[in-house]
Each structure stands twice: as C-alpha cells, then as structure tokens.
Ligand binder design. Sequence first.
Ligand code: 4NP
Length: 152
Amino acid sequence: MVKTRMIQRILFVCLGNICRSPAAEGVMRVQMPDLQIDSAGTSGWHVGDPPYGPMQKAAALRGVDLSDLRARAFTAQDFAAFDLIVAMDADNVAAIEALRPSQNATPVRLFTAYENGPETHVPDPYYTRDFEGALDLIERCAAGLKGQLRRQ
Ligand code: 4NP
C-alpha cells in the first residue's frame, strides 16, 4: 500500500483574500486547531487588508474571529509550504495551477468537493451580498473536509 503523507498544512484560496478564504480559514481554525491553516488571494488587490467588514461581522456572530487576519497574495512558494490547497471556485483553481512549479504534486481541490450538495463553487458574497449563505456553505464544506482528514 502506498502511504500518502498526512495533511497538516492547508491553504484556502479565493480572489481577494478578504471574504471567502479568510472565512474558510477562520472556520477551519476553530474546527481543527491542531492544523496549520492559512489563506491567500490569487490577486494582490487587497494585500495587507483585514477581512471585509460585513464578512467579519457575520463570522463573529457565529463565534469565528477574523479580525487578526490580513490579506496576502498566493505565490508559487505556497505549493511547497502546504500539503493541500483548497480553492473557492474554478477561476481560483486556474490561477493557482498557472503558478504550479514543475515536479510539484500538491493537490488543489475545490472546497465544495467536500460537501454533499449541488454547489460547484462558493459564491462570492462581495458581489452577492449573501454573507450568511456563504458562511453556511463554508461551514458545510469545512465539516466535510474535517471528516475526510479525520479518516486519513
Ligand atoms: P473574495 O472576494 O475573493 O472572496 O475575497 C472578493 C473581494 C474583493 C474583490 C473581489 C473578490 N475585489 O474585486 O476587490
């Protein structure tokens, strides 16, 4: 049997790193405090910014504190720094894959792949304004990911 390496370092990625991926990071930090978890954006538009105010507020009401997080841009070095990269939508996956170093085999997965529903991506509440719906979905995806990691 081939023994795969334990997943202990997970990077969540979205476009701006101020709404979806910091929310995913915050939820997973609460769910699995022993893991090393970070988030990044495929764009550098908001580097250094805290998570978007309405998302921070909605997350705080669920007991998830995002206030210490600051946006950063995804880089090619992240492929070596993490065991698993989790993207919010297919555009994120394409932008991530465009930076993959040759020989690197770090898995890149859609967050919604861990949830048993019809969702194919995490809709961006920066545009939809549906912060509750995004957090509901993020929490379901996080629960699914947690279940899979527990079985590893
Ligand atoms: P995120 O949402 O990718 O979930 O952080 C966005 C936030 C800001 C912008 C785009 C997406 N923006 O264009 O500034």
